[in-house]
Write a protein that binds this ligand. Structure first.
Ligand code: SF4
Ligand code: SF4
Length: 374
């Protein structure tokens, strides 16, 4: 396992972090607890030092299962990160109440990295008005948390503002081969590194898009002298960045755990070559040329007042375009059956005002609807 250390606070971690947002489930949708615990413990036994969960994952059940997995001495072997669901915080007192609930579910007396979850401009303003800073100070004083942190989905300028506004110890951002100029972007990551704020990466595979590339991308990888799987190429892009401390992988079965462990056992911090940089640029260009919406899946446009699942529709559509000869009709029909489709849109444009990519969401929805219902 490639071991890493958070700057300034000197906390040991691993380049691979276990993301507990997509744990294995049973047919009724509940977490398959026995298998999830086996996977998490196998990861820790093999060198994973960073466990990531959140209040909201698996409808609130992820924290409870992680708490069970970390019993029997496993808690002491890892740094534990969880996130305050900012959207549920209506008063200052709500923050400590939610933290106490999380500590109980996780069966621990402290959280190492405690994040304000999914900050953007509006949410940050609200949290500031509710005085999150004095809450963090008090939680630190009581020993309930160790390192105030945040996760982020918005534009670069907003990231810079939040990054400089408090003594953060870690930031969790979306980054992958396709997103170097989106959200915090590479510039944001470099600035965090300059400030000594450790960077944790989410969405390294862009919701799975980078794990199953189209044929022309597969051919480009195959033509490169060094052979790596698409997943390894995607992780390599990130673990070679000096500012990146941990990369979260939301592992759903043991095979993924094993594959990820093998990749991070081989990994080194040695910088990527100019040839590799060119390969990544070519791969990104190929992907983007074949995608229509280029939605990053950040879900910042949610919730839509009409219940339209915009990220599902956009990502599903783009994924279909990337697959040779695929059709989005079946998947769209399911979204229609669930009552979450584009026909409900009233063009209020609430979503467009929130979209960090400034996507013409209403127009795209109508175009996708036209081809999917034809
Ligand atoms: S414009 Fe349509 S999709 Fe966007 S928030 Fe309004 S109803 Fe929802
Ligand atoms: S449409 Fe925009 S806000 Fe919504 S998920 Fe995609 S990129 Fe994010």
């Amino acid at each position: 396992m490639l071991n890493t250390v958070f700057p300034r606070i000197n906390v040991d971690s691993s380049a691979l972090g276990f993301g507990c947002m997509r744990l294995p489930t049973t047919p009724d949708g509940a977490i398959d607890e026995a298998e999830a615990i086996r996977m998490i413990r196998n990861g820790i036994d093999r060198g994973v030092r960073y466990i990531d969960t959140a209040y909201s994952y698996h409808g609130g059940e992820s924290e409870r299962v992680v708490g069970k997995a970390l019993k029997g001495g496993y808690r002491e072997k890892v740094v534990l990160a969880t996130k305050l669901p900012c959207w549920l915080v209506k008063t200052h007192e709500d923050m400590m109440r939610l933290l106490d609930e999380q500590l109980e579910k996780l069966q621990t007396d402290h959280i190492d990295f405690y994040l304000l979850h999914a900050l953007g401009a509006e949410r940050y303003k609200n949290m500031k008005e509710l005085d999150y800073m004095s809450f963090m100070d008090e939680a630190l004083r009581q020993g309930k948390i160790r390192y105030p942190s945040f996760s982020f989905h918005d534009e670069h300028e907003v990231f810079m503002e939040i990054l400089h506004d408090y003594d953060w110890k870690m930031c969790q951002v979306q980054m992958n081969i396709l997103d170097d100029e989106n959200q915090a972007g590479l510039e944001g990551i470099r600035e965090a590194g300059r400030l000594g704020v450790g960077v944790v990466i989410m969405e390294p595979l862009r919701g799975g898009l980078l794990a199953q590339p189209p044929e022309d991308v597969r051919n480009a990888y195959a033509a490169y002298p060094e052979k790596r799987s698409p997943v390894e190429w995607a992780f390599r892009y990130l673990y070679t960045m000096p500012e990146v401390i941990t990369i979260l992988s939301g592992m759903s079965d043991m095979a993924q755990v094993e594959d990820n462990l093998a990749i991070f056992d081989r990994a080194t911090r040695e910088p990527i070559s100019e040839e590799e940089k060119q390969l990544y640029r070519d791969i990104k260009a190929t992907y983007l040329s074949r995608m229509k919406t280029k939605c990053t899946g950040c879900a910042y446009c949610q919730p839509c007042p009409k219940g339209i699942t915009i990220p599902d529709i956009f990502r599903g559509y783009d994924q279909t375009l990337l697959r040779e000869g695929g059709s989005f009709k079946d998947r769209y029909a399911k979204i229609v059956a669930e009552g979450k489709d584009a026909s409900r849109c009233i063009a209020c444009r609430k979503c467009e005002r929130s979209c960090p990519q400034h996507l013409p969401i209403v127009r795209y929805l109508q175009e996708i609807r036209a081809v999917s219902e034809a």
